[in-house]
Design a protein. Structure first.
Length: 211
């Protein structure tokens, strides 16, 4: 009887050789593909948080320079970046509007008539934890004076921190700084307010900056 001499010395059979060859090609192809995957090769939303190691930080080297925009960043957490404040109310209807939000605080404003003498007022409210301090200069037709105050804030409640007013057919201006603080977090608000009694309108502009 003829014997298979190759089997006795451990020479792989044809099927085994083909299987190893196929595995090698598959692995090399996968390695090539992994090294050449681009953003166009990934289905939107297919990569989830479970694909990242828990607790692993995304570092600067992991992100293309200047590829992140404001929509990708909570700007309220950034330090030293001013945020614009603008309130331009051409109607003193008493509507409360949001001026801006930064860190844990939101500033709001309200323009409304006061009394029956044509006076108009602009109120500024702060909503957030901690405390507020205000320093301002006030000028109107009657006088020029300096104003300072401070108070504790309650998160979830609107606290009146500043009022500017003017009589009928008069103009009042107020400018200064509001400081909001909770622990080591501080926000500086620089503002200029104009109240126009003749036009029955209020204007406020400035910046909010986490410092």
């Amino acid at each position: 009887m003829a014997t298979n001499r190759f089997a006795s010395i451990g020479v792989p059979r044809h099927a085994t050789v083909v299987a190893y060859l196929a595995l090698t090609v598959a692995l090399s192809g996968a390695a090539y593909a992994a090294g050449n995957i681009g953003s166009k090769d990934i289905i939107d939303g297919s990569i989830q948080s479970v694909d990242l190691k828990d607790g692993a930080a995304v570092r600067g080297v992991d992100v293309v320079d200047n590829s992140l925009t404001g929509a990708d960043v909570d700007e309220g957490t950034l330090i030293g970046i001013p945020h614009k404040l603008l309130m331009d109310r051409h109607s003193a209807d008493g509507t409360v509007v949001t001026l801006g939000t930064i860190a844990a605080w939101t500033l709001k404003g309200k323009c409304y008539p006061h009394g029956d003498q044509g006076s108009i007022f602009l109120d500024i409210y702060a909503n957030g934890p901690g405390e507020e301090q205000v320093g301002a200069d006030i000028a109107d037709a009657a006088q020029y004076r300096t104003f300072a105050s401070g108070a504790f804030l309650a998160k979830g409640q609107d606290k009146l921190v500043l009022t500017a007013g003017a009589g009928e057919n008069l103009t009042g201006r107020e400018w200064g700084t509001i400081w909001l603080r909770s622990g080591n977090t501080i926000v500086q608000v620089d503002f200029h307010a104009l109240v126009d009694g003749s036009g029955q309108e209020c204007l406020l502009y400035g910046t909010m900056t986490r410092v």
